[in-house]
Design a protein around this ligand. Structure first.
Ligand SMILES: NC(=O)c1ccc[n+]([C@@H]2O[C@H](COP(=O)([O-])OP(=O)(O)OC[C@H]3O[C@@H](n4cnc5c(N)ncnc54)[C@H](O)[C@@H]3O)[C@@H](O)[C@H]2O)c1
Length: 290
């Protein structure tokens, strides 16, 4: 069993910390928010004010942070992991982040005798707390193998896709597809509505046919058609992911008109759908208020 420090105890980090605790690891945590710190303290996780004590005591650190800029600050900023460098410490970034930033931080950590892999996740808060997430992993074989037993205690499926940064490339592509599928599925529902076909019937037909997607199989029945909109993944985070996809496409100098149009709709949605709303609300750009 390992000593694991979890940095970022929000919707995802909280579930990961509790899954690791349940599996028998010693789990320590830190978060910038007092609310997150007190919630996890009340759930049995020793909480620290900063990453310093975690670097001193943990075998590995799991990062679950909102943006690449925050990951950068936690790793390389003042009072961050490099400032508290302890050779042999391993870092696993489960945040959805910018691949080039990940590669730069992995190199900076390596220069101080530490390693980093990227292991962004799918499955939402429910997947985190039930240890059923999927991870797409980027990293050197030896670094991935060294943390595999801990990753196995917080996820059901792990796909090692390449070297450091490759996990983040795959995760960004995955979320771009999910973001675009939400828009095309909403347009499909609009066609059905205009043609006076019941949306539940449409969904059943689609999910038995080749037009189905994760959105038609999971998002629409679980969070949209029943009006729940409680997936635990916010508009703010999905807008960030779509921006990361646009950034990556730009860095690769690709001309991708469908991705560009999806990114435009997601960006403009900020005017009508608040940051804290569920990301499935994007269907309202096509269907009106649900
Ligand atoms: N929520 C989901 O369904 C989901 C699914 C897959 C991936 N993700 C990704 O996982 C990451 C975390 O998502 P989330 O939904 O848990 O976000 P969240 O906003 O609920 O949690 C992030 C936590 O990080 C903390 N934090 C911010 N700055 C910090 C700092 N400098 N030091 C320590 N803690 C800090 C925040 O206080 C917050 O508690 C994101 O990159 C997101 O894109 C989320």
């Amino acid at each position: 069993m390992a000593v694991v420090g979890v940095v970022g105890l929000g919707n995802m980090g909280r579930g990961m910390a509790l899954s690791l605790l349940r599996a028998g690891h010693e789990v320590l945590g830190t978060d910038a928010s007092e609310k997150a710190r007190s919630t996890l303290a009340s759930e049995g996780i020793p909480i620290f004010e900063s990453v310093g004590p975690l670097c001193a005591r943990a075998d590995l650190l799991i990062l679950s942070l909102p943006t690449a800029e925050i990951v950068d600050a936690v790793v390389a900023g003042e009072g961050g992991i490099i400032a508290h460098a302890r050779p042999g410490l391993r870092v696993v970034d489960t945040s959805t982040s910018h691949p080039e930033t990940t590669r730069r931080l992995a190199a900076a950590l390596a220069a101080h005798g530490m390693s980093m892999i990227d292991a962004p996740v799918s499955g939402g808060p429910k997947g985190a707390i039930t240890a059923t997430m999927t991870m797409v992993i980027g990293g050197a074989d030896a670094d991935v193998a060294a943390v595999e037993p801990v990753l196995a205690d917080m996820s059901a499926k792990r796909v090692h896709v390449g070297s450091v940064g490759a996990g983040h490339v795959c995760k960004i592509i995955n979320n771009l597809l999910c973001a675009a599928h939400l828009l095309t599925a909403a347009e499909a529902m609009r066609i059905a509505r205009a043609a006076e076909v019941d949306p539940a019937g449409l969904l059943e037909g689609l999910n038995a046919g080749s037009g189905r997607s994760g959105v038609t199989q999971v998002n629409l029945p679980t969070w949209v058609l029943n009006g729940a909109f409680d997936s635990g993944f916010t508009m703010k985070l999905m807008r960030k992911d779509v921006r990361l996809a646009s950034q990556l496409i730009g860095e690769l100098a690709l001309d991708l008109p469908i991705a560009e149009e999806a990114a435009r709709i997601w960006s403009e949605s900020a005017a009508s759908i608040g940051d804290g709303e569920d990301f499935n609300r994007i269907v309202e750009t096509q269907l009106g208020k649900m």
